[in-house]
Design a protein around this ligand. Structure first.
Ligand code: GLV
Length: 326
């Protein structure tokens, strides 16, 4: 293979560089912790053949038109809402991604946030740090139990399925879900039931978002949805922050239309340190770490490198978003 220049937009797991170099690519890697600016990314990509990027990179129409020479783009994530896929497709640029790599890791975060929120764990931990342990309190800060409750999943795909299995196994939860298409595997294995979105929000005790961010799901958890939820319900979001309206979420928690929220994604990211969600008793927030395990991140690196290497060696992209390009 002729020596191809691959731009790595962030510091990715070493495995990505190792595999690309072993395959004869020249790797140009950004070496700072913070992402490079849009302008820097554009100017560096202009001198490269392939781009290995992630969700902090804005790969919009302007970027793609300026870098239409790129042979392939591969995304270090399962979600690719930061990439103008239709534009890439029109320009004939294949876009790879990393499906399945983080199913366990992200479902663990959703499951963990569900328990942490139900038991006010982050708030109670902060009390210790603030010197406010006090003493054993028979009636203070009581939480919720999850056994036998109803889990409602928006987007019962690969990650949602793992979350549903964990909830079924640990708490014998009843599973409701809303998807564009039904999920026969979830129905037969877990007894999951497809319901419309209104029923999902009205009947679930825990609502967990696992959907992609699309025009249909943007802001879907808004005032109208929160108003329909049970006042004892938990809202868990490990998908994308823009799936919920953050002002409406804050108001819903203040008003008591819902009981609590566990978020691994916020809107916007990063969340400002003075966001009221961070001091609410029934809220747990994490800084988008769903896929942050050694196993998941290495697998994501392997998938991205494999996409680029197979493209140059065989003309195929094993983990591809826009197959029609090939
Ligand atoms: C992380 O958010 C991902 O989409 O992989």
């Amino acid at each position: 293979m002729a020596r191809k220049k691959v731009l790595l937009s962030r510091i990715f797991p070493k495995l990505a560089t190792q595999l690309l170099e072993e395959a004869g690519c020249e790797v140009i890697a950004w070496d700072k912790e913070q992402p490079m600016s849009y302008e820097e990314l554009t100017s560096k990509a202009k001198n490269c053949d392939a781009l290995f990027c992630t969700l902090t990179d804005k790969i919009d129409s302007t970027f793609l038109n300026a870098c239409s020479h790129l042979d392939i783009i591969t995304q270090f994530a399962v979600g690719y809402d930061n990439i103008a896929i239709e534009v890439a497709t029109k320009l004939g640029i294949p876009v790879g991604y990393a499906p399945n790599a983080m199913n366990e890791a992200t479902a663990d975060i959703a499951f963990g946030l569900m328990i942490a929120t139900a038991r006010k764990m982050f708030f109670m931990n902060q009390k210790i740090k603030d010197g406010k342990w006090g003493s054993f309190d028979p009636v203070g800060h009581l939480g919720l139990e999850l056994k036998g409750k109803t889990l409602g999943i928006l987007g019962l795909g690969r990650i949602g399925m793992v979350m549903a299995k964990k909830c079924k196994g640990a708490y014998d939860m009843k599973i409701l879900y809303h998807n564009r298409n039904s999920n026969p595997e979830a129905e037969s294995e877990l007894g999951a039931t497809w319901v419309d979105f209104e029923t999902l929000v009205a009947e679930s005790d825990v609502i967990s978002a696992h959907c992609a961010l699309t025009p249909e799901t943007k802001d879907i958890f808004n005032k109208s949805a929160f108003d329909k939820m049970k006042p004892t319900s938990l809202f868990i979001n490990t998908a994308r922050g823009a799936v919920h309206n953050e002002t409406d979420l804050i108001n819903a928690l203040k008003k008591g239309s819902i009981w609590g929220a566990g978020l691994d994604v916020t809107n916007p990211e990063p969340m400002k340190p003075d966001n009221p969600l961070l001091t609410m008793e029934n809220v747990c927030v994490l800084p988008h770490i769903g896929s942050a395990t050694i196993t998941a991140r290495n697998e994501m690196a392997r998938m991205g490198a494999t996409n680029i290497i197979s493209f140059y060696k065989q003309g195929t992209v094993p983990y591809i978003v826009n197959l029609e390009v090939l």
